[in-house]
Structure formats: structure tokens, C-alpha cells
Design a protein around this ligand. Structure first.
Ligand code: HPA
Ligand code: ZN
Length: 342
């Protein structure tokens, strides 16, 4: 892998960043897993945080999901969700994240008897404090687990309705293979009817056809991952023509063997082709890097230029669910950082 020039290092450090693909449960660091397990008297199948990290060797999405869902078991009360999100915001602030749209997986918690309100209010308190402490704005996106049924997704949406005003969008995650977007067409229609903005994981492990299906049936505003789009050149044309953003997570793709080597990642090709690609961290505690590290590793592996890195940061602002005025301010701030750095 190539190394970064000091100029690019500085640019990446200083660029104001918007993160659009971050599972808050995927920011649970092993140290916090141990402290919460201790607090609740939960036995972990590991002796130390180091041992947990050693277990993080994945060969596909499912091998990761098994550990990710098991890790969630230590999240029990509102203070746990608050602490989880606050730790993410502190780390994100160090990477100059100025806005983040957080995914959360309520079904992982309600299946363990935890009320959805506990999850949402804990996260919301942290989001409010992150704004006060760091000036970071944030939104919540409720994700349905696609390996569960349509009925379960409908029940989750219903349970979330008392907290409708805390939510910005809905998403779709978990094991993609065999769980096509069509399974959730009706629940997404219902979510859109109450003003929730639709996104979904598609084309991570699943085929390009799932990206098309998600765009056509779920009416997505952006696609999470979407990296398998290049198996269908007409789809890539459409992504460019309609300027549909992809929230790409390069280190995640590497760790889950979606790509064999970052140098073989199609990120730069898609970027140069005119696709609105963005750089994100997905599950940083599991994949070995927060957003800054994703920028650095991608830039080094694919020889991204300063102008291309600035474009990625701008894409994320445009692809966000922020109001136009805040987008304009952030775009100005990115521009001025780029000029300073030139
Ligand atoms: N893909 C699908 N589901 C997930 C992921 C992912 O990368 N991370 C957390 N849940
Ligand atoms: Zn994801």
C-alpha cells in the first residue's frame, strides 16, 4: 500500500467530515464490552479485550454479524446506550466529524426484552450532549433486520411511532443473501408515508440486482455499500445520471472479504466515473478504523488526490439529510479547508 504525503495527511485530518454509514452498535469497543459486562454481571467468553480483538477475524458478513449481535448483549439500560454513543462522538470529533447519521438495530435489543424507548432515549441524550460538547449534529436511522420477517419489521415500526420525532429515516441491514429488498417493500412504503427517509444496505454481498430492486421498490434516497453495482454497467450509468449516493465503507469491505485487497477496491473507479461515493466506517470497533482511518487507507491504497478527497467530503454533505442551509455552510467550510491546505 502506498503511503500518504504530509499534505494529504494534513488535509484528511482537517477536512470537516460527514458520516452516513455507522452502526452505533458497531462502535462498541472491547473495553466498553468488558466494563458493561462487569456492571451487569454478564459472563463473556473472552478473558480480555485483547482476546476479543483476536476473535475479530471474519471471512464473510455472517461471521461478523454473529459476533456483533453477541456483543450487543451487554447493552441493557439507557445509560449503556448513552455511553456507547458518547464514546463514538468523542472519537468522531477527534476525526473532525461535524455531522453523523447513526444506524441502530432496535430488533437486536427488543428481542432481549429491552424497550425501544430505552434505546432511543439513551442515544438521543448522547446526541444532544454531542451537540453541546462538540457541535456535532446527528440523526437517527432505524434499521430493520432483513433476516427477520416482514411482520417483525412492521411491529418494530409501530413500536417506534411514539418516538417518530426522534427519527429521520429507516434502513435495512443484516444478512443480505436470500433476503431481497422486495421482502420489505410494504414496510418501507409505510415508513415513507410518515415521512421517514429510506436507505438500505444493498450490493455489499448481494448482487447488483438487489441495488436495482432497492431503488425501484424501496425508493431509496441513497444506497448503503452498493459496491457490487459495477456488475451491471447500466446500473452504474443510472447512479451517475440520477446522482444516487453510495455510502461506501472500505475497511469494512476489506475485513468482510468483499474485496481481497484495498488496492483492488472499485471506490476510485466509481468516483472517477461520476458516482456520488462517500467514505464511512460501518462498524469501526470491529473493522479496525474510524472514518479518518478509512479516508487514510483508501487514499493510500488508491492514490486518491487532494481534489478527490475534497470531492468525497463534499459528496457526503450533499448525500446527507441535512437542511439546505446547513449543507451550504459545511460545503463552504470544506472549500476553505481545501484552499488553506493547497
Ligand atoms: N452489513 C449488513 N448488516 C450490518 C452491517 C453490514 O455491514 N453492519 C452491521 N450490520
Ligand atoms: Zn453497514
Amino acid at each position: 500500500m502506498g503511503s500518504l504525503t504530509p499534505t494529504l495527511e494534513r488535509l484528511i485530518r482537517r477536512l470537516p467530515k460527514v458520516e452516513l454509514h455507522l452502526h452505533i452498535e458497531g462502535s462498541l469497543e472491547p473495553e466498553m464490552m468488558f466494563s458493561l459486562a462487569g456492571k451487569h454481571g454478564i459472563a463473556l467468553p473472552y478473558a480480555s479485550a485483547e482476546e476479543v480483538r483476536k476473535a475479530y477475524a471474519f471471512h464473510d458478513l455472517q461471521s461478523f454479524l454473529d459476533l456483533y449481535y453477541a456483543g450487543c448483549n451487554v447493552l441493557r439500560d439507557k445509560h449503556d446506550f448513552y455511553a456507547l454513543a458518547m464514546a463514538y462522538f468523542a472519537r468522531a470529533h477527534a476525526d473532525r466529524v461535524v455531522h453523523a447519521e447513526l444506524f441502530f438495530d432496535p430488533q437486536t435489543h427488543t428481542a432481549r426484552g429491552i424497550d425501544i424507548g430505552v434505546v432511543i432515549t439513551g442515544l438521543r441524550d448522547a446526541m444532544d450532549d454531542a451537540y453541546r460538547r462538540y457541535g456535532i449534529t446527528s440523526d437517527l436511522i432505524l434499521c430493520f433486520l432483513r433476516h427477520l420477517s416482514e411482520a417483525d419489521a412492521f411491529a418494530t415500526l409501530e413500536a417506534a411511532m411514539p418516538y417518530r420525532h426522534e427519527l429521520t429515516g429507516v434502513g435495512l441491514d443484516s444478512g443480505e443473501r436470500g433476503n431481497p429488498p422486495s421482502k420489505f417493500e410494504r414496510v418501507f412504503a409505510k415508513a415513507r408515508s410518515v415521512g421517514l427517509r429510506p436507505v438500505a444496505h444493498a450490493g455489499e454481498e448481494g448482487p447488483a440486482a438487489y441495488i436495482r430492486e432497492a431503488l425501484d421498490l424501496l425508493k431509496l434516497e441513497r444506497v448503503d455499500h452498493g459496491v457490487r453495482c459495477d456488475e451491471d454497467p447500466a446500473l452504474v450509468d443510472r447512479l451517475v445520471r440520477e446522482q444516487i449516493p453510495l455510502t461506501v465503507c472500505p475497511l469494512s469491505n476489506l475485513k468482510l472479504c468483499v474485496v481481497s485487497d484495498l488496492r483492488a477496491h472499485n471506490f476510485a473507479t466509481l468516483l472517477r466515473r461520476g458516482v456520488v461515493v462517500t467514505i464511512n466506517s460501518d462498524d469501526p470497533a470491529y473493522f479496525g478504523g474510524y472514518i479518518g482511518e478509512n479516508y487514510r487507507a483508501t487514499a493510500a491504497a488508491l492514490d486518491l488526490t487532494a481534489a478527490e478527497l475534497v470531492t468525497c467530503a463534499e459528496h457526503a454533505v450533499r448525500a446527507s439529510f441535512l437542511p439546505a442551509a446547513q449543507k451550504a455552510t459545511l460545503l463552504r467550510n470544506i472549500r476553505s479547508e481545501a484552499l488553506h491546505n493547497a
